[in-house]
Design a protein around this ligand. Structure first.
Ligand code: AMP
Ligand code: MN
Ligand code: MN
Length: 341
């Protein structure tokens, strides 16, 4: 084991001290949360540890293939109590915000279970674990895990590589977002060396949409609003639209990213009201405007260029809380660098 960072050493020591682990991630888990759980679970199991995964939310269908080798349990009060009692330690992946693990969070107040956090979000950077490995410069939580695994030579298998690749591919928007750097590409290249098929893995995640989902995207996109001289795109999705197309909140995944392709756009915001009175705000920047603090001031969080927050109230109220600040930030950008190319 060759850990250089003190947090990495602490993490390995944490693993060495315990035998039975419970893993969890944030609500509405994405490819990074689920891929990281699958990878760490396989890795720990191979080292003779007992591992369970328990999440607040179900695994979305496009990630069901990750459950070939690992079981993802969904929160139930009785099961959660039981899993916390059985486990020697809890490892929280892809969030360092305690509330974001959902219904498991209040149960933690009643236990003394040791907690480790592995995450790459900028908000809440101190973490709530006894051990915190939080690296905002990492493209994905899976990238941090890969580094940790490689410190124990010969422990990465094809199944682990696949789960880590899913984490990296999804969090970098298939290697397109601003967090895609040489490190991410080197990691991808190394993972492919385990025999992965990138085209098949991309299709497994991204070629799973229903026709209804595309029609819904079409409807929302055809009603897109431009503001601040075409530099801000505002999208709006109503409860009635989710119902009519038979969709759930997770089905908006990828929608907010599409208007990034419009020339001159600095930011995109989606106000998604899945159920009346609950508005999920998704914010994206094309690289110049920092939007994480807009989300964190309202109780959410995320990364500099991709962040979100869940707001109670109407869409009009949510717009009122988000848009003035977002517009101001875009207007304040230096004009000379307006055209990115
Ligand atoms: P999304 O818009 O859901 O794709 O989320 C973009 C980023 O913001 C992800 O890194 C999320 O972890 C983060 N994020 C989204 N919603 C919240 C929230 N309610 N609280 C904290 N972080 C969030
Ligand atoms: Mn995530
Ligand atoms: Mn992530």
């Amino acid at each position: 084991m060759s850990a250089e960072r003190p947090e990495h050493r602490q993490f390995h020591d944490f693993l060495a001290r315990h035998r039975t682990f419970l893993l969890t991630t944030h609500i509405n888990p994405d490819g990074d949360g689920l891929g990281s759980e699958a990878a760490l679970s396989l890795w720990l199991s191979a080292q003779g540890r007992r591992v369970r995964i328990l999440n607040d939310s179900v695994v979305p269908p496009q990630f069901a293939f990750l459950a070939r080798h690992t079981v993802f349990e969904v929160f139930d009060p009785g099961v959660a109590e039981q899993r916390l009692v059985e486990a020697d330690a809890l490892i929280v992946l892809d969030t360092s915000n305690r509330q974001r693990i959902g219904r498991l969070a209040p149960l933690l107040d009643r236990t003394t279970i040791p907690v480790a956090v592995v995450d790459h979000h900028v908000s809440h950077a101190r973490g709530f674990g006894h051990v915190n490995v939080i690296e905002p410069e990492a493209s994905a939580t899976g990238e941090i895990l890969f580094e940790l695994f490689r410190q124990v030579p010969g422990t990465v298998t094809e199944e682990i590589a696949e789960a880590l690749y899913i984490a990296l591919m999804t969090d970098t928007g298939s290697f397109r977002y601003s967090n895609t750097d040489t490190h991410a590409h080197r990691m991808a290249a190394e993972l492919l060396g385990y025999g992965l098929d990138p085209q098949r893995l991309w299709s497994q995640v991204h070629a799973q949409a229903s026709a209804g989902r595309l029609r819904f995207f079409g409807e929302v996109l055809s009603a897109l609003e431009l503001d601040v001289d075409g530099r801000l795109v505002v999208l709006d999705a109503r409860p009635e639209q989710f119902q009519r197309h038979g969709l759930v909140g997770a089905d908006t995944d990828g929608l907010v990213d599409m208007p990034r392709s419009i020339v001159g756009v600095e930011a995109v915001v989606l106000f998604s009201e899945v159920e009346p009175g609950k508005v999920k705000v998704s914010l994206r920047s094309t690289g110049r405007v920092a939007i994480d603090t807009i989300a964190s001031k309202l109780g959410g969080g995320g990364h500099v260029h991709a962040a979100g927050v869940l707001l109670r109230g109407t869409r009009a109220e949510a717009r009122e809380r988000v848009l003035p600040e977002l517009k101001k930030r875009i207007e304040e950008l230096p004009a000379d660098a307006r055209v990115a190319w």
